[in-house]
Write a protein that binds this ligand. Structure first.
Ligand SMILES: Nc1nc2c(ncn2[C@@H]2O[C@H](COP(=O)(O)OP(=O)(O)OP(=O)(O)O)[C@@H](O)[C@H]2O)c(=O)[nH]1
Length: 501
């Protein structure tokens, strides 16, 4: 029974493990693929944004070059109108959507020309202290300088970023700067068009940690320093590769995101895309929950099925055991039958031969004057006496290895494993007394009640001793017990002719 349950549990365990492994493997593969797709997609998005910004920067830079050239190589526009002069210098660039101003500062930092028509000529401002000016004044090869976000009071709600380039004279000396104010709404409009998904973010930072733009947009984020943000520090550590990605929890809103960054070539800017893990793995999580639900249902069904199989098997095992018991037991007394007794005897004998400490004793029990009983009370009553004797044997033989069987007719045999002569004698006397004390009336017996005689033999380790020797000795001892007057126990020693009563 225990073994059957173990097998069933093992089968159930194996089936569940197999299903779990298959589901686990395909879920893991799904997770891996989702992750790879998310990274690829994010890389593509940052690449497109990076190229859009680069291309725009290049166009703006070229427009600044054109202005610088026309400023430094003026045509004779003596007779031209102000409008014609304006158009010659700035062309249509000044009208571009996100460009708030185009201007030339001279070597002292004063505005020489500006695209801002509203600028009042009476207000003279000196810009020589501004970084976008000093950087070019102090270095001839600063290239295109991109300022930090500046609140420029140019009438636009968002700060601007100033792009500037150096003007040099023929001898290489400093001749001022050409500059362009780019409205931050350029970046905001560029980022807002992208589908970022739930909790997605898109940002533009300088490589020293200043926020230029962040969507979802909030004015307070522009110009904010994030140098100490652990995720930014992690990004900076990876910047040698110009692009990369990592999963991390945002310290600001606690959202787990896949961060993908890319450096803008020839500019100190980094574009960063963050997409929430929950959004990325939403479909995968939905699949996971469905699979878990199916697994629970499957496990429950498998369990129920196995319980049913178990019940059926147990029924079968019980039926088989019943059959086996019937084949092993004596129909009248329920004790072992002769065949089972012989088998048990052989097994006990073999065990005793293997282990020097495992001796055993045999009791041969015979009902006294039983023929007379049958003759007096009838065969059926005789049967009940045999059942009563069997009941006494069962009551007294409590040890697991003690066996009792009906040897034939009114003869019983008891096998007492690992019991020496002394113990066997005591048990035999108890049985003898117990049967006598039952007081089953027997008018044909001089005692007036049913009694038994018992022959006891204990296996000794005499050389050449055989199993039959023990049985014969017990049988012989029983014969002596009968001869000595019945209702008694007689102990035999195999090989000895004269057993002791
Ligand atoms: N009722 C009944 N009697 C049985 C059964 N098997 C054997 N007997 C009877 O048991 C009796 C055995 O008699 P005997 O071998 O002469 O021995 P006894 O009369 O008990 O005399 P002692 O053993 O010398 O005391 C016989 O009459 C058998 O018919 C059985 O299954 N049921």
């Amino acid at each position: 029974m225990g073994r059957l349950q173990k097998y069933l549990a093992l089968i159930l365990g194996l089936i569940i493990m197999m299903v779990l492994s298959i589901c686990g493997a395909s879920l893991y593969e799904g997770y891996r693929q989702t992750r790879i797709s998310a990274i690829t997609e994010a890389n593509n998005v940052t690449l497109i944004v990076q190229r859009a910004i680069s291309r725009n920067m290049e166009i703006l830079s070229l427009a600044m070059d054109t202005l610088a050239y026309r400023y430094q190589h003026p045509l004779d526009l003596t007779h031209a109108s102000d409008e014609e002069r304006y158009n010659y210098l700035f062309g249509s660039t000044a009208a571009a959507h996100h460009i708030t101003a185009l201007a030339i500062l001279d070597a002292d930092g004063y505005v020489r020309v500006t695209s801002r028509r509203s600028a009042s000529p009476s207000v003279v401002v000196n810009y020589s202290e501004r970084t976008y000016f000093t950087v070019h004044r102090d270095s001839a090869d600063a290239g295109l300088f991109i300022s930090r976000p500046i609140k420029a009071n140019l009438g636009n709600e968002l700060p601007v970023v100033v792009l500037s380039k150096r003007l040099s004279r023929k001898d290489g000396s400093f001749d001022g700067v050409v500059l362009m104010a780019l409205d931050m709404s350029y970046f905001r409009d560029l980022f807002t068009g992208l589908t970022l998904g739930e909790d997605g973010i898109m940002s533009l930072y300088s490589d020293d940690g200043v926020t230029y733009m962040r969507v979802p947009y909030h004015p307070s984020s522009i110009g904010r320093e994030i140098t100490n943000n652990p995720n930014f520090q992690r990004l900076r550590a990876m910047l040698v590769d110009n692009d990369g990605n990592f999963f991390a929890r945002a310290h600001t809103d606690g959202v787990e995101r896949l961060y993908t960054f890319r450096r803008i070539p020839d500019a100190p800017l980094i574009v960063l895309l963050g997409r929430s893990e929950r959004f990325i793995f939403k479909t995968w999580y939905d699949t996971l929950y469905s699979v878990l639900l199916l697994l629970i249902i499957f496990t429950a069904l498998a369990g129920v099925l196995l319980m049913l199989v178990r019940r059926e098997l147990l029924k079968r095992v019980a039926a088989e055991k019943q059959l086996e018991d019937l084949a092993r037991t004596d129909g009248l007394t329920g004790l072992l039958n002769r065949r089972s007794l012989d088998e048990a005897l052989l097994a006990v004998w073999q065990r005793s031969q293997r282990s020097p400490t495992a001796g055993f004793s045999t009791l041969f029990i015979d009902v006294d004057y039983f023929k007379r009983y049958n003759d007096t009370y009838g065969h059926e009553m005789g049967d009940t006496v045999l059942q009563a004797v069997a009941a006494v044997l069962r009551e007294h033989l409590q040890r697991q290895n003690d066996l009792a069987g009906r040897y034939g007719g009114e003869e019983f045999v008891v096998l007492l494993e690992q019991t020496d002569e002394h113990g066997a004698l005591r048990m035999a006397q108890q049985l003898c007394e117990a049967i006598y004390n039952r007081g089953i009336p027997h008018s044909g017996s001089p005692l007036g009640v049913i009694s038994v005689s018992i022959g006891v033999a204990t296996m000794n380790r005499a050389p050449h001793q055989r199993m039959e020797d023990v049985l014969n000795a017990a049988d012989h001892a029983l014969y002596i017990a009968k001869r000595e007057g019945r209702n008694r126990v007689c102990v035999a020693h195999p090989g000895q002719n004269d057993p002791l009563a």
